[in-house]
Design a protein around this ligand. Sequence first.
Ligand SMILES: CC/C=C\CC(=O)SCCNC(=O)CCNC(=O)[C@H](O)C(C)(C)COP(=O)(O)OP(=O)(O)OC[C@H]1O[C@@H](n2cnc3c(N)ncnc32)[C@H](O)[C@@H]1OP(=O)(O)O
Length: 303
Amino acid sequence: MALASGVRFAERALLRPWALLRGTTLGRTEPAAGGGGDGARRFGSQRVLVEPDAASGVAVMKLRNPPVNALSLELLTELVISLEKLENDKTFRGVILTSDCPRVFCAGLDLTEICGRNPAHCAEYWKAMQELWLRTYLSSLVLVAAINGACPAGGCIIALSCDCRVLADNPKYRIGLNETLLGIIAPFWLKDTYVNTIGHRASEQALQLGSLFPPAEALQVGLVDQVVPEDQVQSTALSEMARWLAVPDHARQLTKNMMRKATADRLLRQRDADTQNFVSFVCRDSIQKSLQAYLEKLRQRKG
Ligand SMILES: CC/C=C\CC(=O)SCCNC(=O)CCNC(=O)[C@H](O)C(C)(C)COP(=O)(O)OP(=O)(O)OC[C@H]1O[C@@H](n2cnc3c(N)ncnc32)[C@H](O)[C@@H]1OP(=O)(O)O
């Protein structure tokens, strides 16, 4: 009884994904290169490629929203639905999250979704962001982030909500929550996730300074669990997965739930207020100006 209620917590707690899917092609299935049987078939959507391996019970989920995997509303929606699909398929016990875009794991929020948009759009967008965090943070699956590129802000949120993080050893691949440098503030649930991962003092410093850590420092502060040469990220993620899958699912899932429930419940209790806070904040003229300036700087900067 306790087992069933613990395992189903995430399912009960979350809303269903949106009916509204702008321009998505979910559910497409195609054979993987050189693949034959069901275990080698891949599925997914326009922006999320899923390569399932039924034999091992592990799927590799690749973000592919070029050029930088910015978290557009469509990408957020497709990620949630792909994850839900794997969670509902008892064949799968683990997912490796990685990027299909060179040099970038995920650039965080798609700033074009919150710049010059009306409050209703910003609210819809923020709810989608909350949903992705809740879905990943409480997932019954083992999630391993194979971070094969830059991982700022919202990208870091995705990585932090996984159970384990493997980062490629490239000084350009920095990871962290740099919100303050854009003139915006990480929400409390993101701050809580940071504190749960690297502790209060390190979070206090890193959040205020908007620190983006290069690999060696990310490892030292505890933001990632392993730093390995770039060509070993995938194999190391698979080894980590094997370690986590060696534990009986029910015991691991209930323990994960015990560790994470309070943090997730805090957001679940005040989702609407959190959305209103975000919308009223980002829609301020001064914040819009600062976001526009940041976006402009990105567009002008090359290389
Ligand atoms: C509220 C709390 C929650 C979350 C907050 C956030 O997530 S806010 C977003 C914070 N993200 C960042 O600060 C990352 C900004 N991007 C970068 O630093 C670099 O783009 C990156 C990821 C290191 C990749 O560098 P690279 O040199 O490979 O690409 P480039 O900078 O030339 O970018 C290519 C085009 O993508 C556009 N772009 C980049 N990031 C975003 C973004 N987050 N949202 C929207 N668009 C983004 C960039 O402007 C370039 O566009 P182009 O039209 O080709 O010039």
